[in-house]
Design a protein around this ligand. Structure first.
Ligand code: HEM
Length: 383
């Protein structure tokens, strides 16, 4: 029997295979390597092994960039030991391409606000006291299923789901969970906000039975707003400073009475050209521009055409919240810095990662071998 062969695999390798399985690119094309499997003469898997190939590796892009211990490709019949495998819930190249499509969608539809709200309502169902995924809620794409879309808090978000559907169809190797968070971070950045240090690889829920329970998102008019905000956001593992920073997302968008029950039918700031569908009441004058005007406006409360929800107002009254509201109204750079970190944290709540720990799409993979932890070793042949 041929000795095991170590095959280095680039960090750009991404598959839907689980970490227990490997994929190598042979001269005959990409091949799944499973416990004890061997390559056939053609370089493809043998008949009985094909089933496993299609079952575990429905789509992937793979590239061997180095073979540390040999100079030639694996030979037919030879056992291949995969040194390192990166599997992913989403394909990084497709994520990058989808980001460009999201930018075009935003330029055309001016839909930044609702894309941000969609992602926040997907992740905001998270309960840090529950360890089981997806029962714990969070950024898992479950908001696309009708039981969750029908939650009172999600009224209107079906429009955002629909807007992103063509992009999902075009890039099938992106998980819904990643797509929603990608669209939101892109929407912040395209509105002039900070660069969000995002990572990707969120596994998505597969069916309506995996939806979040209703009631985990905040109410805009609870009896005790500060107590309510703390209960809801602490349950997600977020703190006072993050509550205030994230509320700053209301610098974008509008409230519509027919959706949430809050806000005016329209104001002088929500009619006119180039604003997407008109109507509703905004928190700020330039509600398609991300800046710190939300904090200035909720402090001033001087314009009847601008919205201040009870949960916005409390940020100017509760001493701990007010500390941050004052700071962000004064110092936009401080707001941008804190917002970017809080948004990234929000986008990761409850996520199950594949690969473990997620990955960034902001740096192109370097064209050189990256030694990685050996995940498939225990399944490979040692004879
Ligand atoms: C602090 C507790 C929060 C409450 C009570 C709250 C409440 C609301 C309400 C009532 C609306 C109007 C929805 C409609 O009628 O269509 C809204 C819109 C919005 N919310 Fe929040 N929100 C909160 C936090 C957040 C957070 C953390 C984010 C994002 C990080 C966010 C982002 C948005 C955006 C962008 C919109 C505008 C949506 C659009 O124009 O379609 N909100 N929010």
């Amino acid at each position: 029997m041929a000795a095991s062969t170590m095959v280095g695999v680039s960090s750009s390798l991404h598959t839907r295979a689980t970490p227990a399985h490997g994929v190598v690119l042979t001269p005959a094309g990409p091949v799944a390597v499973l416990p004890g499997l061997r390559l056939s003469a053609s370089g493809k898997l043998r008949k009985q092994e094909r089933k496993l190939e299609s079952e575990f590796v429905p789509a992937f892009t793979a590239r061997i960039v180095t073979q540390k211990t040999r100079n030639s490709s694996p030979a037919a019949g030879e056992r291949v030991r995969v040194m390192s495998v990166r599997s992913a819930a989403s394909n990084p190249d497709q994520l990058r391409a989808a980001r460009e499509d999201v930018k075009k969608l935003i330029a055309e539809k001016k839909c930044n606000p609702i894309l941000i709200r969609l992602a926040w309502h997907d992740s905001g169902s998270y309960d840090k006291n529950i360890s089981e995924w997806p029962k714990r809620g969070g950024a898992n794409g479950s908001i696309r299923f009708s039981p969750e879309l029908a939650h009172g808090a999600n009224a209107g978000l079906i429009n955002a789901v629909k807007l992103l559907e063509p992009i999902k169809e075009k890039y099938p190797d992106i998980s819904y969970a990643d797509l929603y968070q990608l669209a939101s971070a892109t929407a912040i950045e395209e509105a002039g906000g900070p660069k969000i240090p995002m990572k990707y690889g969120r596994v998505a829920t597969k069916g309506p039975e995996e939806c979040a329970i209703e009631g985990n998102l905040p109410d805009a008019g609870p009896p005790d707003p500060s107590d309510h905000l703390r209960k809801v956001f602490y349950r997600m593992g977020l703190n006072d400073q993050e509550i205030v920073a994230l509320s700053g997302a209301h610098t974008l968008g509008r409230s519509r009475p027919e959706r949430s029950g809050w806000g005016k039918q329209e104001t002088k700031y929500t009619v006119g050209e180039n604003i997407g569908a008109p109507g509703g009441q905004s928190w700020t004058v330039q509600w398609l521009k991300f800046d710190n005007s939300y904090f200035k406006d909720i402090k001033a409360q001087s314009d009847e055409d601008l919205l201040v929800l009870p949960t916005d107002k409390i940020l100017t009254e509760d001493p701990e919240f007010k500390k941050y509201t004052d700071k962000y109204a004064e110092d936009e750079a401080a707001f941008f810095k804190d917002y970017a970190l809080a948004h990234a944290k929000l986008s990761e709540l409850g996520a199950k990662w594949d690969p473990e720990g997620g990955f960034s799409i902001d740096e192109e993979p370097k064209n050189e071998p990256v030694p990685e932890k050996f995940v498939a070793a225990k399944y490979s042949s040692e004879e």
